[in-house]
Design a binder for this molecule. Structure first.
Ligand code: PGA
Length: 250
């Protein structure tokens, strides 16, 4: 089976209303590869509707960068999965290393969020990846497997018809130090093997696995030529419409 490539923009805490609008109007006409590839924008929460309005008549998908797992209640500052659905989001990034590292998200809470996303019909993009010290100590495989074990715990096989995992080595995020294509390939093969062994062949075949960490127009092709890499999760290089269009048109 063939998985559609997904090129996802994680805008993090960037952009204002006029910047969001001008991005979409500049980006969309440049995307010539649009019919074969999925492209996704994950803006900060306040701009989800702005992207939704701007993307009408395009094939751009919409996602959030995080969410809480509860349906509603006294959770000041949090956003519920049903709210993201209401705002027309199709995807949600879960467990980004900045959420884990800066905001103290645990493997257990990430697991609850993945379950909640699936329950509400949002496609989770679960992020996993090792720190620099962990790679230096040859712990990369162990860390990835531990994260997968905990973050995907108790998911039904049916969840894998629409699930995305992003392998993002933390030392490569925002540093310009992108992973070697072979290392990205090997980590992604490990992730697919894990899914195969735990959730079956169909689940492994259906899951799109992305690489993320200093992806730029000049290294995108290298990643996309690796077997099993189904796309990219991009921070810095997704902020500029020219550069994001180059990534989609790789
Ligand atoms: P980067 O970020 O492309 O700026 O390295 C990737 C990410 O954090 O998802």
């Amino acid at each position: 089976m063939s998985r559609r490539p997904l090129i996802a923009a994680n805008w993090k805490m960037h952009k204002t209303t006029p910047e969001v609008r001008s991005f979409v109007s500049a980006f969309w006409p440049k995307v010539s590869a649009g019919t074969e590839r999925d492209m996704l924008i994950c803006p900060p929460f306040p701009y989800i509707s702005t992207v939704d309005e701007a993307r009408r008549d395009t094939r751009i998908f919409l996602g959030a960068q995080n969410m809480y797992f509860e349906e509603k209640g006294a959770f000041t500052g949090e956003v519920a999965p049903g709210m993201l659905k209401d705002l027309k989001c199709e995807y949600v990034i879960i467990g980004h290393s900045e959420r884990r590292g800066i905001f103290g998200e645990t493997d257990e809470s990430i697991n609850t969020k993945v379950h909640a996303a699936v329950k509400y019909g949002l496609i989770p993009i679960l992020c996993v990846g090792e720190k620099k010290e962990e790679r230096q100590k040859n712990l990369t495989e162990q860390i990835i497997l531990r994260q997968l074990e905990k973050n995907l715990k108790d998911l039904p096989d049916t969840a894998f018809t629409n699930l995305v995992i992003a392998y993002e080595p933390i030392w490569a995020i925002g540093t310009g130090l992108n992973a070697e294509a072979k290392d990205a390939h090997d980590a992604i093969a490990l992730i697919r093997e894990f899914i195969h062994s735990k959730f079956g062949e169909n689940s492994a075949e259906n899951t799109r696995i992305l690489y993320g960490g200093s992806v730029k127009p000049d290294n995108m092709k290298l990643y996309m030529s690796q077997k099993g890499i189904d796309g990219a999760l991009v921070g810095g290089a997704s902020l500029d419409p020219d550069s994001f269009a180059k990534l989609v048109n790789y």
